[in-house]
Design a protein around this ligand. Structure first.
Ligand SMILES: [Zn+2]
Length: 64
């Protein structure tokens, strides 16, 4: 799977955080990498990493 926006390889966590923050029903092919997601949400990439850790820590099912 690749970022829809920049073509970078997408990690499992990046697909999950896109779904969690943008559109839970999005197909994997619509997902973007965390750099593009951060730019889109106008937050630093570190904020996306923190969100990933947060949702993992609360046991969000998207991050299995
Ligand atoms: Zn990207």
């Amino acid at each position: 799977m690749e970022c829809k926006s920049c073509g970078a390889p997408l990690g499992k966590d990046e697909i999950a955080i896109y779904k969690r923050l943008v559109d839970r029903g999005a197909p994997d092919g619509d997902c973007v990498c965390k750099s593009c997601l951060a730019a889109r949400l106008m937050v630093p990439v570190e904020a996306i990493d923190a969100k990933i850790e947060h949702f993992k820590s609360i046991g969000c099912t998207l991050f299995k």
